[in-house]
Write a protein that binds this ligand. Structure first.
Ligand code: SAH
Length: 419
């Protein structure tokens, strides 16, 4: 290739004569023009473009692929991935004129990895390596569990670059294997089928053993919830350990017992581990066992936490309330606030004087402000005087882009009930 030619946005290895959609040269890339004034959020770095903001598209607008985005005066703004089937038409990857190829993903992922390597290596071998928008890779989640990586490709655009992403990830980290758990509501909205299985290397074992802050956990990356473990709650688990000494603890919505293990490690006298999922509780039992807590006082109980919290007579010194998202879309917010209020009201009613409630919401659509108001309402109805001792949230491997505050889904309050 002559030096007078401009660089092409695909790798120019000698045997590469064709290109996929993902690698098509810039002159074949879709060009998308925004309506007047709809460029403002994009200039500020927001990564989403909804269908209503688009004035016109040049190119084959029926196909998923990379797209250049312009304002209505034809000024180039950014580059991203387009999906005609989603109301969220474009998710932006870059505000620079750089090629979207393996080397692009390699740069983004190595930045994400460098930060985690400094901050987390030593304390855990399980963390989120790529947090979608929070790592400027919307639609891509990568979680590390010891020697294995679990990926979620949530969008049709990212799906198109799967091979490039796997190659970039393999070159950066040399994992034993990369497994995929691309499934769920977002993929349905994107018009793509679920895809689960080993992408490269060895298939992961049935249970992967990880170590977090000196505690061992078994993770089922094939069938577990999310990618197998709630990595986002690592800091709050560690916080619980600091205040569990000589206290009775209820771990409500326990999943595989993360908070229970930390509670015993912190010196809790008794821990009740409660969840509606039988497989989760089976794994919780194993997790207590491998950390040496099998014979400590406590129970694993399967049931509906709403009914349990209303009906039990027992009270606790510490309650952890970490329900699944009760609002999947904006329209669910009203019903969800009712659910959160009910749970917090009944948790506060079962908290001993001087007790602590660690309460969470992982609903993206429920703001931290509204969550606090709901908990306030619960405190009033429970007749308790309550203080916030700490605000809790996701661990540092779940960064939130300042330009995309919607990414901040997990909010928590550590509350102290006076009497
Ligand atoms: N605290 C956990 C994560 C909780 S995720 C951790 O740190 O690992 C939410 C959990 O709530 C899931 O395990 C799910 O099985 C459970 N769940 C969902 N609905 C429930 C219900 N009605 N009653 C009890 N548990 C429920």
């Amino acid at each position: 290739m002559g030096s007078e030619n401009p660089p092409l946005p695909y790798s120019n290895t000698p045997n590469q004569f064709t290109w996929s959609h993902a690698q098509r040269p810039e002159n074949r890339m879709l060009q998308l023009f925004l309506k007047k004034d709809r460029d403002v959020p994009i200039r500020r770095g927001h990564p989403w473009i909804f269908s209503g903001a688009i004035e016109r598209i040049d190119g084959d607008e029926t196909e998923v692929g990379a797209a250049d985005v312009f304002d209505n005066k034809k000024n180039w703004l950014a580059r991203g991935l387009y999906n005609p089937k989603s109301q969220l038409r474009v998710r932006l990857l870059t505000w620079q004129k750089e090629a979207i190829d393996q080397s692009f993903f390699s740069r983004r992922l190595s930045q994400a990895l460098a930060f985690r390597a400094v901050e987390l290596t030593g304390s855990t071998n399980a963390y989120r390596l790529c947090n979608g928008e929070g790592d400027f890779l919307p639609g891509l989640i990568v979680d590390r569990y010891a020697d294995y990586y679990v990926c979620q490709f949530f969008t049709a655009g990212m799906e198109l670059f799967k091979d490039d992403i796997i190659a970039a990830l393999s070159a950066l980290t040399a994992p034993k294997g990369i497994f995929e758990r691309s499934e769920g509501r977002v993929r349905e909205e994107e018009g793509i089928e679920a895809s689960v299985g080993t992408l490269t290397g060895e298939p992961p074992p049935e249970l992967i053993s990880i170590e977090e802050n000196g505690h061992k956990f078994l993770v089922d990356v094939r069938r577990g919830q999310k990618t197998g473990f709630f990595l986002d709650q690592r800091d709050s688990r560690a916080f619980l350990a600091t205040l569990a000494r000589d206290r009775s603890v209820l771990n409500c919505f326990s999943y595989t017992g993360g908070f229970s293990v930390y509670a015993f490690a912190g010196g809790a006298t008794e821990v009740v581990t409660f969840d509606s999922s039988h497989p989760a509780l089976e794994l919780a039992e194993k997790n207590l066992e491998i950390n040496g807590f099998a014979d400590r006082t406590g129970e694993l109980i399967k049931g509906d936490a709403f009914a349990y919290l209303k009906e039990i007579e027992q009270t606790f010194d510490v309650i952890v309330l970490d329900p699944p998202s009760l609002a999947h879309k904006r329209a669910d917010i009203n019903a969800a606030t009712g659910g959160y209020k009910f749970l917090n009201l009944h948790a506060l009613k079962h908290l001993n004087p001087g007790g602590l409630l660690l309460t969470f919401s992982c609903s993206q659509h429920l703001s931290a402000d509204l969550f606090q108001k709901v908990v306030f309402g619960a405190a009033i109805d429970a007749g308790r005087k309550v203080t916030i001792v700490k605000r809790l949230g996701h661990s540092i491997d779940h960064p939130v882009s300042l330009h995309h505050p919607e990414g901040e889904y997990l909010k928590g309050l550590a509350l102290h009930a006076l009497d």
